[in-house]
Design a protein around this ligand. Sequence first.
Ligand code: FAD
Length: 326
Amino acid sequence: MSKIPMELFQVEVTAAKKLSRDFVRISLASEQLSRLAAPAGDGNEQVLDSYIKLFIPHPDRTDPVVPDLHDAWRKEWFAASPEERGGWIRTYTLRDSRPWTSAEGKNGVEIDVDFVLHPPEGTDEEGQSPAMGPGASWASSARVGDGLSFIGPPRDGQLWAMWKPEQADTVIVCADETAVPAAMSVLRTLPTGCKARFLLEVPEGNGDLVEHAEPLLARARENSDVELHWLERGEDGVRGALTLQALREILELEPKEEDADSPLGVRLPAEEFVWQTADHPGSTYVYLAGEASVVRAARRVCANEAGIPKSSISFMGYWKAGHAES
Ligand SMILES: Cc1cc2nc3c(=O)[nH]c(=O)nc-3n(C[C@H](O)[C@H](O)[C@H](O)COP(=O)(O)OP(=O)(O)OC[C@H]3O[C@@H](n4cnc5c(N)ncnc54)[C@H](O)[C@@H]3O)c2cc1C
């Protein structure tokens, strides 16, 4: 099996900014980031929906996790406990990239990562909200000057990106809160002249995101017919229900009271793989990213009800309800 080229990057937090109730933007910079795959390593914002893998340090540590990426590192990492190995690996979108100059006048690159500060759904045995996972928890307390490391695509590699609309004339993007950063990023690279519909389902109370999206939306509208639909899920709302309803609307399908064919709220087994990217999208490109059971249900609506070829649909289970990333 061919190995994906990767490099370990060390960075420092240069800014932490609350974007809305549940979103925080952490900026990370270093000279070494110039070695990231282009265009990210050039400080160019066209980073698509590319992702990186952060080493989230265990709360007991004050220094970043710096593993030796030898041939067997992955096996050793997952065999060890979080305490032994120093933390967790979590996947996040490289939301933005720009040139940066250090206090010493050295050139490098600064990137942004937008974290969702999510408490897991449900309650624990005592009826309390469970604690946030390590990724969300780290982001909620990150301060300027904190160190972090991540693995990402090196200079001689390609961005780890899935976005591939080619020359589609209709683009449909469904994203939950964890995929909003990816959806915002791909707004920059829509096929010229296309009709693009974005269905973005986020927890109620994150209205400030609309304002943050405005400049990107205005730019995208210069070349394409773009609509962003912010779907606000109430505290008691079923995750994905608003997305499926809106999806049926834009696909001109009959509304459904109950989603018997595409059940929502099911907990998928940890080992179920919900990930496939479109080969050659053709005239319609569908991009679905977010919680795995919702993504799976949305794909069924597109393929089984609307008859969109499966080869035109990319679906990516970014996370699974009830399961930590690793
Ligand atoms: C390619 C890719 C790109 C991604 N980009 C981003 C990004 O830019 N920003 C971002 O915030 N996330 C992103 N994610 C999702 C993120 O990796 C997961 O949400 C991850 O589980 C967060 O790690 P954690 O340590 O906070 O929680 P974990 O320890 O992994 O999970 C703890 C518990 O929280 C639950 N959980 C995880 N995410 C959520 C959520 N959003 N809401 C409610 N419960 C949840 C889990 O099911 C589990 O029960 C991306 C994932 C992928 C695969």
